[in-house]
Design a protein around this ligand. Sequence first.
Ligand code: FAD
Ligand code: N01
Length: 546
Amino acid sequence: MSNIQDRSVTAEAELAGEFDAVIVGAGFAGLYMLHRLRGLGLSVRVYEAGSGVGGTWYWNRYPGARCDTESMEYSFSFSDDLQQEWSWSERYASQPEILRYSNHVADRFDLRRDIQFETRVASAVFDDVTGRWEIQTDKGERVLAQFCVMATGCLSSGQVPAFEGLDTFKGEWYHTGNWPHEGVDFSGKRVGVIGTGSSGIQSIPLIARQAAHLYVFQRTPNFSIPAWNGPLDPEHEQEVKANYAERRQTARTSRRGYVISFNERSALEAAPEERQREYESRWLDGGLHMLTAFNDLYTSKEANDTAAEFVHAKIRETVHDPEVAERLLPRDHPIGSKRICVDTAYYETYNRENVTLVDLRETPIEKITAHGLQAGNVPYELDAIVFATGFDAMTGALFNIDIRGRNGTRLKEKWADGPRTFLGLATAGFPNLFTVTGPGSPSVLSNMMVSIEQHVDWIAECVEYLCERDIRSIEATVDAENGWVEHVNDVAYSTLYPQANSWYMGANIPGKPRIFLPYVGGVGAYRQKCSDVAAKGYQGFELRHL
Ligand code: FAD
Ligand code: N01
């Protein structure tokens, strides 16, 4: 390690704005990346647009925001002391609790001193001559770094659709992904929520309890499964903590990064009573367990229909007004091909007198007006509008930065027809630039904590390898990248995912190319591929001494 230790820069050099590595983002990915690179003796600067750590959990403070990965699994595994000492209060942690956890991590590992908050990275430009990245911020600051790690988040670039007239609206409006820190009081107000993805489905029940009247503007109904959230059972916590090492290992090598039992039988081979039993038991388990009921729910539409029909029946049972229930039934996409939602009393909310469901398929939003909005020819008077309209996923935050690689090539131009990466970690023509949970990696299809740790560990080990050998740069080859992009597509098209107009497909952003963004080949299999590449001296990458 002596080479690496020698490379630590002095305080003077830091003032001159030169670092071994710059990391963009201080969510879980940026925090852990900082910890790992610092552990190698590197000088590191993190830039974070927000005023605190936590990323997703710093920005998404809307009512009801919480995890739908179980708390005991949605946490770091890299420090046994950390995982043993931290106690979660609920089965699914709420946003404030996860934010407290990320602050605890930052303090425990003394991370803040290398993070510059309230600073947005505007550009990152590779200098072909010096082989370094020049990073510029919105504060006019300029620093140089050998390595640049984009820990900018898959779901961090919020999207407010370009509705005509929003600037004329006299009420308040909010996006779930940029919620005011002081909270919002909807008491006595007429509120409109646009969007029924996970953010809408979590916030709608709570806003309905407070507002005088809530209008839900739904374009596509979604499948939602009850969370059955509640206090964490202390016995379960103890049992998990006693077996954490084994459980974490199971998660790392699993399909989705969870400790969850997959039924390896086909839904089509099971008798109707067996299917009903399986679905009922998963429904009662709650959350993401539903789609582990059979092994062909993601690959056979016929099998998938059996699960979809089960959920349709649950919606009909729950919602009293049959016409409203019918409008809530998702029919245009296979269950699971859009991110499944996990809720607390979502469908029940439509039984409240102060809630109206507006079907935008029947009456699309024409415009926002001074006093509300107009859908079809119907005006809705609103005091507040909540945009639960999602994110420019996976590429949005990267494209918000002017990233330029060799010969001034812009990432945005290189990826104009869809992202091209090797393993979701790197892209040809952009040496020493890494993306944590980048497009083409399991990322959003997995327990993100598992995927973040795996990427950060891989990047840290790669940097260590380079430094120990005095290798100045690593760059994905075009061949490796082409092969990976083709593989990512092949695997995606062997499933039902591409059948949905989802953000996984880029379909929620007008003009975005229709490409399946994450890698669906499985967390365990993917980890193995990444490890093999490293074990073979970073096969598929070009290493240069310069
Ligand atoms: P983020 O947490 O998004 O952090 C990225 C950070 O980078 C942000 O703070 C942002 O401000 C900063 N940044 C971006 N661009 C710049 C720039 N140019 N300059 C400076 N800073 C910049 N995943 C799960 O596995 N399970 C769940 O239950 C789950 N629930 C979720 C609930 C919500 C509401 C959302 C939105 C996502 C959820 N996710 C979940 C996904 C979640 O994003 C990840 O689990 C995880 O928090 C991502 O961490 P990250 O550090 O990669 O990115
Ligand atoms: O965003 P979304 P989200 N006019 O894109 C609608 C994670 N997450 O913030 O489906 C009218 O899913 C859009 O309609 P349609 C999780 O990974 C997790 O809810 O495009 N409507 C849709 O209904 C999740 O998947 C949790 O037809 C418009 C909604 O807005 C991801 O973040 C909680 C519209 C957007 O849904 C994103 O979730 C929250 C328009 N012009 C988030 N544009 C957990 O529970 C969009 N919509 C863990």
